[in-house]
Design a protein around this ligand. Structure first.
Ligand SMILES: [Zn+2]
Length: 206
């Protein structure tokens, strides 16, 4: 039987991350579009990002039928956070920017994200933005597919930090960091057991 899960963060109840999830407001609206294959991934960072931001939403699917409606939301300029030849590096908003971005963030592996664009021509047609300088990922477990690749929640936090400086959205990463630390600890015990050939209840022999 599967372990009971928290309905909000989807983690097992005894590892619920909700106390660490902030409630941050932003001028920028963040719309995370998740490929269904990512939903069950142990680190569903798009979900954590959507939960931690007041002005954000997460949609799961392959073809998004109501995309036109989403992109037409008044008061925002929709842009796609995805690399491309014409992609503009994100910079801080200035006084001439009357409308903040609606940051559309495809979530999934590069292959799945590209497929989302292919399946949704409206996404393909959006102006693209990228992070000019990508801070190294704290995501040490899953090998980054390309240099500079970061998890979805890190990409969102970095994008908002750039756009809305001097505001900081680092707090968004708290549940993610706890998740990573937890996995490293779990992996450490496992590696320890393998190396010592004994159960974790047996003290290590020096
Ligand atoms: Zn929870």
């Amino acid at each position: 039987m599967p372990r009971p899960r928290c309905e909000r963060c989807q983690r097992p109840l005894d590892h619920c991350l909700c106390p660490l999830i902030p409630s941050l407001d932003s001028r920028t609206r963040v719309a995370l579009l998740q490929h269904p294959s990512e939903t069950d991934h142990a680190l569903n960072t798009a979900r954590l990002a959507a939960l931690g931001l007041v002005n954000a939403e997460l949609r799961v699917g392959e073809v998004f039928a109501d995309l036109a409606e989403l992109l037409a939301k008044p008061g925002y300029r929709p842009v796609l956070l995805f690399p491309g030849e014409q992609a503009q590096a994100l910079a801080a908003y200035d006084e001439t920017d009357d409308r903040p971005f609606m940051l559309i963030v495809p979530d999934g592996t590069w292959r799945k994200a590209r497929k989302l664009l292919y399946m949704n021509p409206l996404l393909e047609a959006l102006p693209r933005v990228t992070l000019a300088e990508v801070a190294p990922s704290r995501y040490r477990l899953r090998k980054a597919p390309e240099p500079g690749a970061v998890s979805t929640i890190e990409a969102v936090a970095q994008a908002l930090n750039v756009l809305e400086q001097p505001a900081s959205f680092d707090e968004l990463l708290r549940p993610f960091e706890a998740l990573i630390e937890g996995q490293i600890k779990a992996m450490g015990v496992d590696v320890f057991e393998r190396n010592h050939g004994c159960s974790s209840s047996t003290p290590p022999r020096s």
